[in-house]
Design a protein around this ligand. Structure first.
Ligand code: APR
Length: 240
């Protein structure tokens, strides 16, 4: 049976699918990923992007952080692609229970997914560090230099930076969903960053599907390994 046909078969038989994805799910929406050859981390800046996107850099050089962040981390014109839409369809027909994402672009919710666990936060949520006031992403886009709250505090995106810990409650919920899944679909992620990548160990079923353009360190764990573009592959899956 060909790989997409096998995927279709398992989707048809499953009622508790969980999807776990990364930046590769949004590249077909025009948002570059991080570690591919044309990814963000391969481009040259005064400092490595992983340094800029860290807690200590944000605290020490907020102006430089925001110059990079506004330029390279905000893609508000991006639209959900076939992968996002199919996952939302699978949830709507009761087969898929949760999307767990490392992405911060909000495209799963924009596609209609209801249960989305954002392990690394979202650019759409921003808070004053001093008084906690919420700000829409427009407050970041429409300001110059360091975005400040009315109270004078610096506004910070609700995005997990390097050196920062994930929201424990979100991580625990993600682990619970994976432990209960009858099928785990992982896609568009290099599985290079922990603790997110560690979620794969929490699945004990026999329908672990890995859909990725490039090889990952966990390929041999997949019960079904489908190299390729996840939007193209998922668009072939029928939900009815
Ligand atoms: N279809 C399938 N796979 C794709 C596609 C696509 N259209 N486009 C890219 N990929 C794959 C690449 O082959 C790569 O293995 O997606 C993966 C993206 O990997 P990364 O760029 O490392 O992104 P991600 O895994 O999400 O990174 C995890 O690292 O920097 C941190 O916080 C950041 O959330 C991010 C985390």
């Amino acid at each position: 049976m060909d790989k997409v046909a096998q995927l279709q078969q398992w989707v048809k038989e499953s009622r508790n699918i969980v999807f776990f994805g990364g930046a590769g799910v949004s590249t077909e929406s025009g948002i570059p990923d991080f570690r591919s050859v044309d990814g963000l981390y391969q481009q040259k800046y005064a400092y490595p992007p992983e340094t800029i996107l860290s807690h200590s850099f944000f605290m020490a050089k907020p102006e430089e952080f925001y110059r990079f962040y506004r330029d390279k981390m905000l893609y508000l014109q991006a639209k959900p692609n076939a992968a996002h839409l199919k996952l939302a369809e699978l949830e709507a027909c009761g087969r898929l229970k949760a999307v767990i994402t490392q992405n911060i672009d909000g495209l799963h919710q924009a596609a209609g997914s209801k249960k989305v666990l954002e392990l690394h936060g979202s650019v759409l949520r921003n808070y004053c560090q001093k008084c906690g006031k919420f700000y829409e992403v427009q407050a970041i886009l429409q300001s110059q230099g360091i975005p400040r709250c009315a109270c004078g505090g610096i506004i910070k995106p609700d995005v997990v930076l390097y050196e920062e810990s994930l929201d424990e409650a979100v991580l625990e919920e993600a682990m619970r969903c994976i432990a209960q899944a009858d099928m785990l679909m992982i896609g568009g992620t290099s599985l290079a960053v922990y603790p997110a990548a560690g979620l794969i160990y929490g699945y004990h079923g026999r329908r672990l599907v890995l859909i990725n353009r490039d090889p990952t360190p966990h390929d041999q764990k997949a019960d079904l390994l489908i190299p390729g573009k996840i939007g193209e592959i998922l668009s072939q899956i029928k939900t009815a």
